[in-house]
Unconditional design. Structure first.
Length: 115
């Protein structure tokens, strides 16, 4: 069983920045895609950003130009740098590791954007 542990969430003011990270218990290079999702209260979980094994990235329209996903295969970590944060970015952020026939979720980390 792969363990994904998110860290770095917290409270930040609108316009501020935050970096969250996800560390895996095994080599992330074994997964085709690593992704960040989020779920706000009363809403469905949605894709925020993803990065493939080759480094190709994909972003939700709502975060393009503000968020950057990156992966560190040496340290088995995927990070999400979030800039120009807005109150509507408030959610629990989840890491997901996707292989060809299975996937794993992390436990989530809360990000709150409020003054």
């Amino acid at each position: 069983q792969v363990q994904l542990v998110e860290s770095g969430g917290g409270l930040v003011q609108p316009g501020g920045s935050l970096k969250i990270s996800c560390t895996a218990s095994e080599r992330i290079f074994s997964f085709n895609v690593m992704g960040w999702y989020r779920q706000a209260p009363g809403k469905q979980r949605e894709l925020v950003a993803s990065i493939t094994k080759s480094g190709s990235t994909n972003y939700a329209d709502s975060v393009k130009g503000r968020f950057t996903i990156s992966r560190d295969n040496t340290n088995n970590t995927v990070s999400l740098q979030m800039n120009s944060l807005k109150p509507e970015d408030t959610a629990v952020y989840y890491c997901k590791a996707i292989a060809q026939f299975y996937y794993y979720w992390g436990q989530g980390t809360q990000v709150t954007v409020s003054s």
